[in-house]
Design a protein around this ligand. Structure first.
Ligand code: FMN
Length: 335
């Protein structure tokens, strides 16, 4: 699969953009594990135009993580155009991605993110403005199936997303990622891959279609490619506390329990180095809380609480080593 000139190989599996998760440290880790491309957290176009430091910091990329996509969001064509140029100037991303899928109220409620699905003419104007503003960078879009169940089909029966995909392609985007849910669904229910497949099977579509939603294991990846014929697959939540998932999804030899624990510790170290002791630990808690390798340990509650309350990395490492011993003391395979 290719986005512009960027060759992502056969059946690429990518790391989804996720706010507060896909910072540079986590992206690098997922890249090392086999992610074909990694996406930044979404960055507000309005904040970039105002040169807000916290947003500019999100434009930091490493040569080692390329190809990398930076994602921006907003509801104003001029701000999105300017933000696109700022991103290209600061980060030189391999891909610039536009977020038309975020469902959270503070974004979609104001008309940005998936809110754009209620104003397709503006969505297309914004996309056109960005495509024209950064002619040397491939522009891509990530979106959902529709705003809600009632708008999933046009009056003539065409799925909303099939029509939108054609229009976005006509405007000049170079790949489209579809999360198989409506905005109204937020993250509930199961992602509907049938409609993603319908976009792919439309003979008018020649840009790559990347499928997203509920990918957790190798079988899910195979189904996405074999049954729905997508060009690429994007994985989000299943990577929490589990960056080595990419190895499993790609059928590479799985890591040992010790290697996985070492990776979690490495995540703590990188996060603390980047954000400082307090914020760094706070930042990795989501991963420690979610990691599958600590699931199912009998009588784990008290240790888990201590782990999630630890405020210093040496204290945290002590608890993680305790857990390593506990895990080794069990004969059962809870990896
Ligand atoms: C914590 C969190 C933050 C997210 N932030 C973003 C974001 O910044 N940009 C975006 O396009 N999608 C964002 N998403 C949506 C994911 O990219 C993805 O589309 C969604 O989680 C479905 O994929 P999954 O089932 O593999 O998790 C976020 C999701 C989560 C759970």
């Amino acid at each position: 699969m290719k986005i512009g000139n960027i060759d992502l190989g056969n059946r690429p599996v990518m790391l989804a953009p996720m706010e507060d998760v896909t910072d540079i440290g986590f992206r690098l880790l997922c890249k090392q594990m086999g992610a074909a491309m990694v996406y930044s957290e979404f960055v507000s176009s309005d904040a970039l135009v105002r040169m807000v430091n916290k947003s500019l910091a999100k434009l930091q990329v490493s040569q080692d993580e390329r190809p990398v996509a930076i994602q921006i969001y907003g509801k104003d064509a001029d701000a999105m155009r300017q933000a696109a140029q700022i991103v290209v100037h600061h980060a030189r991303p391999d891909v610039l991605d536009l977020n038309f899928g975020c469902p959270v109220k503070k974004v979609a409620g104001k008309g940005a993110g998936s809110g754009m699905l209620q104003n397709v003419p503006l969505l297309l104007d914004i996309t056109r403005a960005v495509v024209d503003a950064v002619p040397d960078t491939p522009v891509t879009v990530k979106t959902r199936l529709a705003w809600n169940h009632d708008t999933m089909y046009l009056p003539d029966g065409t799925p909303f997303i099939v029509d939108l995909a054609e229009r976005l392609q006509d405007v000049g985007i170079q790949a489209l990622t579809i999360h198989g849910r409506t905005r109204a669904q937020m993250y509930q229910g199961q992602a509907d891959w049938t409609l993603i497949g319908k976009v792919r099977e439309n003979p008018r579509i020649h840009i790559p279609i990347i499928g997203n939603g509920d990918i957790c294991c190798r079988e899910d990846v195979e189904r996405a490619f074999d049954q729905y014929h997508v060009d690429g697959v994007m994985v989000g939540r299943a990577t929490f506390g589990c960056p080595w998932l990419f190895r499993d999804l790609l059928g590479k030899e799985p890591f040992t329990l010790d290697q996985k624990i070492d990776i979690l510790k490495q995540q703590v170290t990188t996060s603390v180095e980047r954000l400082g002791e307090y914020r760094g630990i706070l930042h990795v808690r989501r991963h420690l809380a979610a990691t599958p390798i600590f699931k199912g340990i009998p009588n784990f509650r008290e240790t888990r609480i201590r782990m999630l309350r630890a405020e210093h990395h040496d204290q945290l490492f002590g608890i993680i080593e305790e857990i390593r011993k506990i895990l080794h003391s069990y004969e059962t395979d809870i990896q």
